[in-house]
Design a protein around this ligand. Structure first.
Ligand code: KIV
Ligand code: ZN
Length: 516
């Protein structure tokens, strides 16, 4: 059933990635990421968990409506309401997939599900059949397969394939496995399950021991033909296998792998930037493939070698993952068409002329303050606009901050709160502290600031600062982002953005907690 030469890339940034604390995304943010993933030519996009909330359902539905080149997938526990809701969310998809799962490890079956192994098998078979009644493409996952009994896995997978599952996914849910062992598990499953040729074998590895990509690659070497992964390795706890690492390892070591993905790898850096900008999870500089230093050579001996022959120290070309494309510069004199064209290349499509005009106005304002506008500036601008568009309840009107040697910094802020203009002021340990306290004096959320970070988006003293804040209230964590050439203003924007997310609080179910 599976094409032995093709490695299917199943991206779960919008589902498992979104399960990272603080990484929750709005429908429009999911759509932007989905468009970038489609340009990357990802085969399957897991867009969410439709039963989790109305917002999740609408996000999967919107992605299914507008993405036509990739298969759109919705997650569902092995229950009637989950599966039917996923089917409904995918109704308008060109090609849709329902991904249903149930836990199979002794600890999960006994402690979480309180079901016997026989009951779990029957529930799985029932769920796959129910999903197959709605859609032809059905994936079945054995949650915590990495700690499950191999005989039991063989039994449940054989029955799931008989019931109509077209993809069998083997998750290392808690990131417990080691590469050689995980590879052997995959080989054993494929060899021992009599109908294994009727399904694609897939893996979904978590990174608790830093082995998610290595385990996924070991699985591919042993017959898996789908890898579930996320951009920048985003995901529950330590994250999932990182798409860019898996895809580039397979492509770079074609001497060892007998398959390859269809991805347009030149889109990788764009996707990484978009996901990092939207979630506010920065990419560490030494991150493989997408880190700022991934292709930078500092040591003199390395620089000398690379200048003489690039292959002395480089195993991949920076431009093959999209680094060189990130150099395009726009400026004060660039026109609306150049602005729009560059954004389209970056995977950003302004829905209406009105939005485009608004974006172009902000671009011109930025170009007045900053000489050269790089791709990262454009993406920050779009993120900023996205934030304000959704920030219906609180808006930053103005901010005045005084900071002087020997004086206590103070801030005066004007916000609109539910359309009503309000002002507040405060002193603080520094200008950002004063600004945050002035904002809190108006919105009074009594939340806790857990993280504050500033990144210069590009180089130079006129660079925009991109600020990320993480705020917690009553167990709920949200991230806020803001960008501006003035970092105190960027900080205030980020703080206001976080409050808007807090105020939009929506109850969501978590796929891996709860009944089945
Ligand atoms: O980690 C996991 O087991 C999952 C499943 C829902 C596939 O995310
Ligand atoms: Zn997972």
């Amino acid at each position: 059933m599976s094409n032995p030469d093709k490695l299917i890339i199943f991206d779960t940034t919008l589902r498992d990635g979104e399960q990272s604390p603080g990484a929750s995304m709005t429908r429009d943010e999911k759509l932007r990421i989905a468009r970038a993933l489609e340009k990357l030519r990802v085969d399957v996009i897991e867009a969410g968990f439709p039963i989790a909330s109305r917002g999740d359902f609408e996000a999967v539905q919107a992605v299914a409506r507008s993405i036509k080149e990739s298969t759109i997938c919705g997650l569902a526990r092995a229950t009637e309401k989950d599966i039917d809701r996923a089917g409904e969310a995918l109704r308008e998809a060109n090609t849709g997939r329902i991904h249903t799962f149930i836990a199979t490890s002794p600890i999960h079956m006994e402690q979480k599900l309180r079901m016997s192994p026989d009951e779990v098998v029957e529930q799985a078979v029932w769920a796959v059949k129910r999903a197959r009644n709605l859609i032809d493409d059905v994936e079945f996952s054995a949650e915590d397969a990495g700690r499950s009994d191999i005989d039991f896995l063989c039994r449940i997978f054989e029955r799931a394939i008989d019931a109509g599952a077209t993809t069998i996914n083997v998750p290392d849910t808690v990131g417990y496995n080691l590469p050689q062992q995980f590879g052997e598990t995959i080989r054993t499953l494929i060899e021992r399950i009599p109908n294994s040729d009727k399904a694609v074998f897939s893996v979904h590895c978590h990174n608790d021991l830093g082995l998610a990509s290595a385990n996924s690659l070991a699985a591919v070497l042993n017959g898996a033909r789908q890898v579930e992964c996320t951009i920048n390795g985003l995901g529950e706890r330590a994250g999932n296998a990182s798409l860019e690492e898996v895809v580039m390892a397979v492509r770079t070591r074609r001497d060892l792998f007998s398959c390859d993905s269809n991805l347009d790898t030149t889109q990788i850096v764009n996707c990484s930037r978009i996901v990092s900008g939207i979630t506010g999870f920065p990419v560490q500089p030494n991150k493989a493939i997408v880190g700022a230093n991934a292709f930078a050579h500092e040591a003199g001996i390395h620089q000398d070698g690379v200048l003489k022959s690039r292959e002395t120290y480089e195993i991949m070309r920076a431009e093959d993952v999209g680094w060189s494309q990130n150099r395009m510069v726009l400026g004060k004199h660039s026109g609306r068409n150049a602005f729009r064209a560059r954004l389209v290349e970056l995977g950003v499509d302004y829905g209406s002329e009105e939005e485009l005009n608004e974006g172009f106005r902000s671009f011109k304002e930025l170009a007045d303050k900053k000489h050269e506008i790089f791709d990262d500036d454009l993406l920050a601008l779009v993120n900023d606009a996205g934030f304000s568009a959704e920030n219906e309840r609180v808006n930053l009107v103005s901010l005045r901050v005084c900071s002087e040697t020997g004086e206590v910094p103070n801030a005066n802020v004007v916000l609109t709160l539910d359309g009503v203009e309000k002002s507040g002021s405060s002193t603080g340990g520094g200008p950002v502290d004063a600004a945050f306290k002035a904002i809190e004096s108006i919105v009074r959320t009594e939340s806790v600031l857990e993280l504050y970070s500033v990144n210069a988006i590009t180089s130079g003293t006129d660079a925009q600062g991109e600020v990320t804040v993480r705020v917690r209230k009553a167990g709920r964590i949200v991230n806020g982002q803001g960008a501006d050439t003035d970092i105190v203003i960027a900080s205030a924007k980020a703080y206001v953005n976080a409050f808007n997310k807090l105020l939009q609080s929506e109850k969501r179910a978590h796929p891996q907690l709860g009944d089945v």
